[in-house]
Design a protein around this ligand. Structure first.
Ligand SMILES: [Fe+2]
Length: 237
């Protein structure tokens, strides 16, 4: 893993320790991860066009497509695990939790690609988990909007049931709204902002912060509309 972003991430890490979350512009993320190369980015972004259906939507929705991968961080090394289901208890996901959910796997060329590896390394730096054993899950999500709205977080404001969560916008196409909402334990106010540009990101202490995203609606009728994100979660092993 690269350690080049250590200095740049120290301030972000302390912001998260202080208030439980931090947001970064895509421009800043690009600076921190270094040049991934335009070709690599295009391949990475395009991999969201071949996600699989999410057949577990308890609201009957068919607006979410995804891929999933499980990895481990141990001794400073990250390795990919064989396919396994994604599980959240109903405590964390009353809508879709309580069962083992099998999704299509993140493609090996994405997992092994420079962009994914650099974003993973950035999270490791920001969450300061380099020397800690962690279970990592990677989720590629596409939420589609059409005649009906698409709901990025149909379960509403929630925790993922892990320790740390990193969310990176990969792209928005012909959609409005999809506003990120952040609620810190013990603080009545909810903070809202929108991830608009590629690699706009938010980093969350899942133990202290609940998060959600408002529904997306199609801007121009008859034209494909979607919001793509990469979510990386870390749970202490
Ligand atoms: Fe979440």
């Amino acid at each position: 893993m690269s350690g080049k972003s250590n200095e740049g991430t120290a301030r972000i890490a302390s912001a998260i320790i202080e208030r439980g979350w931090a947001a970064l512009s895509g421009e800043r993320v690009r600076t921190l991860i270094g040049e991934a190369g335009q070709d690599e980015w295009a391949v990475f972004q395009d991999s969201w066009s071949v996600l699989g259906p999410d057949r577990y939507m308890a609201d009957g929705g068919r607006y979410r497509r995804r891929r999933h991968a499980a990895l481990v961080l141990d001794g400073g090394q990250i390795r990919t695990l064989p396919p396994r289901p994604h599980y959240q208890s109903r405590d964390y996901n009353p809508l879709n939790g309580g069962i083992e959910r099998w999704f299509a796997q993140v493609k090996p060329e994405v997992l092994g690609g420079a962009v994914f590896r650099q974003l993973l390394a950035l999270c490791v730096d920001i969450f300061a988990v380099r020397d800690v054993a962690c279970e990592i899950e990677a989720h590629q999500f596409r939420i589609e909007a059409g005649e009906v709205e698409g709901r990025p977080t149909p379960e509403g404001m929630h925790r993922d049931g892990v320790d740390w969560v990193g969310v990176f916008l990969v792209g928005r196409c012909n959609v409005v709204a999809g506003t990120t909402r952040i609620a810190i334990d013990g603080v009545p106010a909810i903070t809202e902002f929108t991830l608009k540009d590629p690699l706009d990101a938010v980093f969350i202490d899942d133990r202290r912060v609940r998060h959600g995203v408002t529904p997306i609606n199609r801007l121009v009728p008859g034209v494909e509309a979607h919001r793509d994100v990469l979510v990386l979660t870390f749970r202490y092993a």
